[in-house]
Design a protein around this ligand. Sequence first.
Ligand code: SAM
Length: 312
Amino acid sequence: MSIYHVPVMQNECLEALQLRTGAVYVDATLGGAGHSQAMLKACPGIKLYCFDQDMDAIRHSSDVLKDFSDSAELIQANFSALRTELALRRVAGIDGILFDLGLSSHQIDETERGFSFDRDATLDMRMDQEQEYSALEAVNQLEVGELAKVIRSYSDELHALRIAKAIVAGRQDTQIRTTRELASIIETVVGSGTKESLKSKVRVFQAIRIHVNQELQVLEQALEDAIHLLNPGGRIVVMSYHSLEDRIVKNIFRDAAQGCKCPPKMIQCNCDAKQRLKLITRRPIEASANELAINNRARSAKLRVAEKIWGK
Ligand SMILES: C[S@@+](CC[C@H](N)C(=O)[O-])C[C@H]1O[C@@H](n2cnc3c(N)ncnc32)[C@H](O)[C@@H]1O
């Protein structure tokens, strides 16, 4: 049986969360339930709400967590609905939350999810299988300028405009339907068989995935909501795998840890911004050499931790 997903920096996450019996936690990105299971085993008296927008992750993890059905509740929803979903369950505050962003290995490995350019499948890339908009629509409907913007802003790909033009030319007569067709079109611009061309394909596929799932837009709001929900002393722990995600986390943590934003010359504060977080990690934690030796996926992971210091 193939492994669904190997949790990254599991010990570091557990340590950062400082679990306490009787307290309430959220795993915002359940995936294969690796982190959730570790939390429930490390501190059996917690209540844990687990979110994932992917039906398959919920199905798989409900089996993994079957022995914890009293303490864990699985919620199939985007973490953008954190406040609403917790309010529905009469949860007004939480004592810690973990975000382990991006895709699980299972999502990447499942050919028919259409996330990988080296597996031939219909273009899809939706994390939430009920969402209507997929990579098929993005690749076949976006105007050339929009496509170039998606590729450039989510991947820093140098040839963004040329690739966007090649995609638009490639769909002139018939739709671009598969990952392999899209990969071949990218190759007409960047070539094939070199390290650089491989990197370009990775970048373009990743940019389209971020766009399809609106990953960065959803993250900003969810982090603000999570900070709002945290009880004083509660920890927010975020692991990201992409520099744009990490920048969002860093900026939101920094703003919440700053408090008053009035210019230094002002004698009295009139912005009313209060410091809400204390930074626990000034620089992100990275996976140890031991972990990197056994889990290649951990190589780009950056873990940031902050603690709530002020009430709702
Ligand atoms: C890296 S995996 C998490 C792996 C998990 N920590 C484990 O130990 O197995 C990320 C998971 O988060 C989910 N996800 C990503 N963005 C999401 C969002 N905005 N809302 C809900 N789930 C999301 C993905 O579907 C995926 O299953």
